[in-house]
Ligand binder design. Sequence first.
Ligand code: SIN
Length: 477
Amino acid sequence: MSLQLERTDVLIIGSGLAAVTVALHLPDTFRVLLVTKGRMTETNSDLAQGGIASAYLEETGAAHVQDTLAASKQTARADRVRLLVEAGRDVVRDMEQYGVSFDRDGDTYALGREGAHGTSRIFHVGGDETGRHVMATLRDRLPNNVHVMEHVLIDRLLQSEGRVMGASGFKGEARIQIQAGAVVLATGGVGGLVDWTSNCRAVTGDGLVLAKQAGAKLSNLTNIQFHPTLLAVETPVLVTEALRGAGATLVDAKGRHVMRHHPLGSLAPRDDVAAVLTAFPGQVYLETSRVERLAERFPKLAASCRAHHLDASSIPVRPGLHFQMGGVAVDAEGRTTVQGLYAVGEVAETGVHGKNRLASNSLLECWVFGKRVAAAVELLDCDSGEKGGTAYEMTDEVFQSFRRQIGKWLTISPAIDEIRSFLENTQQLTRTKHVTRQLAEQTLQLEAARLLAHAFMEREGLDEPIGTARSTDTVFA
Ligand code: SIN
């Protein structure tokens, strides 16, 4: 098989807001290569609806800090939250300079509100199509020193003497090796590992596997957030929390408020609402009669309802996998514990979310920490030879049966017996050196799921920490 060789200063893996923010802010003297597994627009950022939380119009960031910490039940790192919120006060002005045009009501910004926010501070674009608009505008502004390659699957990082100095994988079906002075992981979370998710299906934990292989520390992988309201149809889509901020309420089939016992009602923190809805015995609906100009303010939702012949005044919803708060451990500049390797966005654990992320703080995190990573990146010499890798040897049928198994345990209350049997079954797989792109991609997904499975076992006191030799051997034998 032919091998394409590339050399760059900074390799960014991923194409969502975290990746694009880094690319926009690196010095223009750097050669930057941004690679993505599918098309450039196949990202969770493009799917983002609610918007970007910012205390831009508040006198201080104190209330936003407090809401972020309260939503996390005080498990987020206060110093990092302060950093996020204070730097995040500039996000609106910053993005406007790149041409992003936030929605307005006359002379003022049209602010949204979401669960656990004490006030309206969500800036949005095109109603509930914020992600698509923001990303299209910012991608258009990528400078000439940034080269984009689509359909590139990275399946391992190149290393020498403990340092990361590039990556290798597939471009289409052909092998590619990229030498780089620094590598930035911006690969997102793990939502695409299961069907009941708000996430883009391409987002399947690749960055966790790559970081782990390179010896980087991972932390709090089991801190996974379930969004309470996905449209309850076969291929679910997100129904933004901003709809509840605009007056929609969660009701049962008889119209009774499902969140009536919570002091914040339907606008309670996301984890609380998702837990109640998961345990709820019947179908839950979003009752929207109090939402003014729904089709104009939530065009994406209105289109989804039309496509599924659903009445937008009473929308059936159910929770689904949404966001991973844990991930690759980083410092405040996105440095991982391995030299030459940085992580940013959902794949990274900056500590700003703790066990439950406050709504619309994720795009904010991508921007704030993306800028910090861009400012911190140091280029190292890169010169490494190709090292052959392996993948699990399996048919597509076997892979699909493992995927179905993942869907059974990667839920709001993970089933330990299912996890154990998934680990045992995948442990039986043998490896092949004849790695095709499909096998590489499927292997990454199973390895990401195995990392999560070990993390859940460890949380239950049933496994050794994932950083120990045994589980490393188990996952990457
Ligand atoms: C939403 O619009 O409900 C999701 C926003 C977020 O995940 O922060």
